[in-house]
Design a protein around this ligand. Structure first.
Ligand code: ADP
Length: 464
């Protein structure tokens, strides 16, 4: 499987997991909210039925007749109520007259039973067919043949005689009868249906959107990994490329030595010198690579301690004076008397400053000048390396800190550079929480400015 396929598969897996998790969460919360909504509607509906039944119950009880055959009295109380087993004249005004606060009289029906559970009377709008004997369960949900649903509430009725009897006298009959108040569930069911449509209609749409978003987001998430992978690939290719030339040259020289006729053995030391030079170059390249990797991986966290920049600059300008003099370059430094120290790793800081000054000397033609200056203000130590060299084109300036990047590969290969010097300098600067900036003009020279967080002396003494 090539890398493209691998990344595509990983992206697909990431998107699938993301869509599944997001879809699961969304579905769960959607169904949960719908359920809560239905539940609260149901509770409100039951409360409404209960309160209607309570109102009716309270207004009926005081006028209930004690008679064993109350149908005639009931007919007087409810002239529009149908009496059981008698022909019924439907009238819709009954509920309106007897249930205060009910606006829709077609919504409710009532039924009255005697204490034995036999139906005495019912409102004409009751659903058909309903049993004529009582089911005493307080709440019942009924469904008619045409699918209409009703919710029904049953409550006990006591006659005035029973209600006013002293509480310590046991009732001969525990109740006068039963009152049933029912309500159609059509509006509730319609609302439920609407909710289902919304839920099942919008869920696939939301899941589709989540799938699209997942694909896009997983692409975004994979991007840095893909870029890092490409950089790694490029780095491996660059390393192989950099190693190939010196290795090929080294092998060629060794072969030449081996094939040298006995009469030309005088040339052997010269050729061995070339082998040694190539070997050193390879060794330097490998050492630079290891250093860069360790700096970037942050694996070798060396203890930091105060490092005097004055000493580092003075030591290195002295060390490189010979190299500068060999190419007729004037190397000088401006170091303040006050000690400027930063917290860090001394050998790394030496390497950083060495790279900058060595580059300035390397890329400055004979007769030029390199000036290293050191200053500190506002808790920032600034070191500048200024040369009057060949300069760096503006379009290349952002890239020269990349590994193996050379402005002009020929010109820096000639100087023996590996293309890692500024990458190492940048990595060390970042490890020291500093900044490395460049200002350069082609043909006029370059200025590298290194800024590092600096602690005044008294603070450093406290740290030490
Ligand atoms: P090298 O080891 O090849 O010098 P560096 O990483 O140190 O690699 O430098 C990267 C590129 O920046 C090189 O191609 C070099 O030409 C250019 N460069 C670095 N310093 C200077 C400078 N002071 N003046 C001009 N060019 C420079």
């Amino acid at each position: 499987m090539n890398s493209q396929q691998l990344f595509r598969r990983s992206r697909l897996q990431l998107a699938t997991w993301y869509a599944l998790v997001m879809g699961g969460i969304l579905s769960l919360s959607g169904f949960g909210m719908a359920r809560a909504l239905v539940q609260s509607n149901w509770v409100a509906l039951e409360r409404e039925i209960e309160s209607t039944a309570g109102t009716l119950h309270d207004s009926l009880e005081p006028i209930l007749p004690p008679s064993k055959d109350p149908t005639t009295v009931l007919q007087q109380i409810f002239p529009d109520l149908c009496i059981a087993e008698q022909p019924c004249e439907p009238s819709s005004t009954l509920i309106q007259r007897h249930t205060l606060g009910i606006s829709d009289r077609t919504t409710y029906y009532i039924r009255v039973f005697d204490d034995q559970g036999n139906l005495l009377a019912y409102s004409p709008n009751q659903p058909q067919p309903l049993p004529t004997t009582l089911n005493p369960a307080p709440w019942q949900t009924l469904q008619t043949e045409d699918g209409s649903r009703y919710q029904q509430f049953t409550t006990i009725l006591h006659s005035a005689a029973h209600t006013h009897a002293p509480s310590d006298v046991p009732h001969e009959h525990p109740a006068w009868g039963y009152l049933q108040v029912g309500r159609t569930l059509a509006p509730f069911d319609a609302e439920l249906q609407r909710l289902r449509w919304i839920l099942f209609g919008s869920l696939p749409l939301a899941l589709g959107l989540i799938a699209i978003a997942s694909w896009g987001l997983s692409g975004l998430a994979m991007q840095p990994i893909y870029q890092s992978y490409q950089r790694q690939q490029q780095f491996t290719a660059d390393v192989a490329h950099e190693l190939r030339s010196p290795l090929a040259s080294l092998l060629a020289t060794v072969e030449a030595i081996l094939r040298l006729p006995p009469e030309q053995t005088a040339q052997v030391p010269v050729l061995l010198n070339t082998v040694e030079r190539q070997g050193r170059r390879l060794s330097q390249l490998v050492a630079d690579l290891l250093l860069l990797t360790s700096l970037e991986q942050n694996t070798t966290v060396k203890p930091t301690h105060p490092c005097c920049l004055n000493d580092i600059v003075a030591d290195l300008t002295e060390e490189l004076a010979e190299l500068a003099a060999a190419t007729d370059i004037h190397l000088s430094h401006h170091i303040p008397d006050a000690e400027i120290s930063v917290m860090g790793n001394e050998s790394q800081l030496y390497r950083l400053v060495l790279n900058l000054i060595a580059n300035a000397i390397q890329y400055t033609p004979s007769g030029g000048a390199v000036v290293v200056s050191l200053a500190a203000h506002d808790r920032i130590a600034t070191m500048t390396v200024k040369d009057t060299g060949i300069g760096i084109p503006i379009e290349e300036q952002s890239r020269i800190f990349e590994r193996f990047y050379r402005v002009n590969s020929d010109r820096s290969r000639k100087t023996g550079g590996t293309g890692l010097g500024l990458a190492i300098a940048q990595a060390i600067t970042q490890r020291h929480h500093g900044q490395l900036a460049l200002a350069s003009e082609i043909g006029r020279g370059s200025v590298f400015t290194l800024s590092l967080p600096y602690m005044p002396l008294q603070n450093l003494n406290a740290v030490a």
